[in-house]
Design a protein around this ligand. Structure first.
Ligand code: 5RP
Length: 231
């Protein structure tokens, strides 16, 4: 994605994504260790951090983000080198009213979950279209070992999925990425636990609300925030 796209060529959703992404960068201050998510919304957080030229150290959740951040002059080191984070910022594919998330549309959810878990503060950036009454319509991304994908898919169907499909593209970790259709998910935390207990699934794309500090949302009327007070 170009950072110099003309406003005329961009959709209202793209403009909202930029507003949410740039706004979230205001939570980053000098000296912080920052986890950088993946996707077209947090793209703009990374661009804003590059513009502000802060004295920060970052770690990345994908090759794509690593390349973007490095190209903008940000100091990006591995999760092991950085050790712990002050803040992590990322996008989401779905956000439910209780702050549970679906992630993994960009096949980066395993690294995204590792990086989010390294930080006491996890801030989500989305446009309004990502807010849903219940997780599920997007599908649930799964990173799966390429050993027995049919066995894993059957196990996921036994948990209630009506269909499990495999993407053409692998994750940055070299694993398969599948999408499971569960319909409207009544209990995302319980389903996440069941998926985590399924052998062969490296990581699933349900992020529980306990991980999420706040959601920065941009729409046609500007930017607003929802804060997870129950965390
Ligand atoms: C990548 C992700 C992304 O954060 C999610 O897909 C949202 O992306 P975008 O901001 O482009 O809509 O989970 O694995």
């Amino acid at each position: 994605m170009s950072t110099d796209q003309s406003q005329a060529a961009r959709s209202p959703q793209d403009i909202a994504k930029e507003a949410a992404g740039r706004h979230a960068a205001s939570y980053v201050t000098d000296g912080m260790r920052v986890g950088l998510g993946t996707g077209s919304t947090v793209h703009w957080t990374i661009v804003e951090l590059g513009d502000r030229a802060l004295n920060i150290v970052c770690t990345s959740t994908s090759v794509q983000t690593q390349e973007l951040a490095s190209s903008l002059g940000l100091n990006v080191i591995s999760p092991d080198e950085i050790g712990a984070l002050d803040i992590a910022i990322d996008g989401a594919d779905e956000v439910d009213p209780a702050f549970n998330l679906t992630k993994g549309g960009g096949a980066a959810h395993t690294r995204e979950k590792i990086v989010a878990a390294m930080s006491p503060r996890f801030i989500i950036v989305v446009d309004e279209s990502k807010l849903v009454p219940a997780l599920g319509p997007f599908g649930t991304p799964l990173e799966v070992l390429d050993f027995a994908p049919g066995v894993v898919a059957s196990a996921v169907e036994a948990l209630g999925a009506s269909a499990v499909t495999t993407r053409d593209r692998r994750s940055d970790n070299g694993n398969l990425v599948m999408d499971a259709q569960f319909g409207s998910i009544a209990d995302p935390v319980a389903l996440g636990d069941a998926l985590a207990n399924t052998p062969g699934i490296v990581e699933h794309g349900i992020f529980p609300s306990s991980m999420v500090e706040r959601v920065v949302i941009a729409g046609l009327d500007g930017v607003r925030e929802l804060v997870n007070d129950l965390r």
